[in-house]
Design a protein around this ligand. Structure first.
Ligand code: PRP
Ligand code: URA
Length: 208
């Protein structure tokens, strides 16, 4: 499946602030939320809506209604929760699950430490959130574990993707559409995205 990359001057502007090492925790967190809303807008383009009768102050009309209950947002801890803050502003009634995962600093392999999702994953569209798709190890493992729990329709939303992570995701999960705000150049020798934005979790939570 092709990667969907946001292409908009506002996104480029926000990304530049995000990448700047001088940007502090508050602004960093706010922009992660804003970009996540824009990714959500893009990812929901194929959403099914139903007719819904209302009355405006002027007249009766048929509007459209989205059943938010059909969606599950699954942030990968920690950094994915920064994206969740933006998404629940636009879809407050979606179900939410969490996958706890960190990259082993030596091997760069993901280590899963928590897994809790809404039930009936097979009946929902499952939207996985993680700002960074680097080697792709964490995202691919998260998606494999969600598929093993029944998820059938999945999307992956990230802020920055590396070509290496996109390749791995497309090879292991060709059915999963990736939505990203940026595709960067490469990974460095310790697995960080170049130019990237550094450690997303540390910058969201101010832990370094
Ligand atoms: C970061 C990021 C992804 C992962 C991406 O998390 O949020 O989960 O690295 O790297 P990968 O594609 O090579 O697997 P990290 O392990 O730093 O954990 P944190 O969110 O708790 O900081
Ligand atoms: N995880 C991050 O937070 N940043 C990177 O550049 C790569 C993985």
């Amino acid at each position: 499946m092709e990667v969907t990359k946001l292409n908009h001057p506002l996104v480029e502007h926000k990304l530049t602030i995000l990448r700047n090492k001088k940007t502090g925790t508050k602004e960093f967190r706010e922009i992660i939320g804003e970009l996540s809303m824009m990714l959500c807008y893009e990812a929901m383009k194929d959403a099914k809506v139903e007719d819904y009768e209302i009355e405006t102050p002027i007249t009766k009309m048929t509007g459209k209604k989205l059943n938010e209950d059909n969606y599950a947002f699954i942030p990968i801890l920690r950094a994915g929760t920064g994206m969740l803050d933006g998404l629940i502003k636009v879809m407050p009634n979606a179900k939410i699950g969490h996958i706890g995962m960190y990259r082993d600093e030596e091997t760069l392999k993901p280590v899963r430490y928590f897994f809790k999702t809404p039930k009936d994953l097979d009946k929902r569209e499952v939207i996985v959130l993680d700002p960074m798709l680097a080697t792709g190890g964490s995202g691919c493992d998260a998606i494999a574990s969600l598929k093993a729990s029944g998820a059938k329709k999945l999307k992956f939303l990230c802020i920055i993707a590396a070509p290496e992570g996109i390749k791995k995701m497309q090879e292991e999960h060709p059915d999963v559409q990736i939505y990203t705000a940026a595709i960067d150049e490469k990974l460095n020798d310790i697995g960080y995205i170049v130019p990237g934005l550094g450690d997303a979790g540390d910058r969201i939570f101010g832990t370094k």
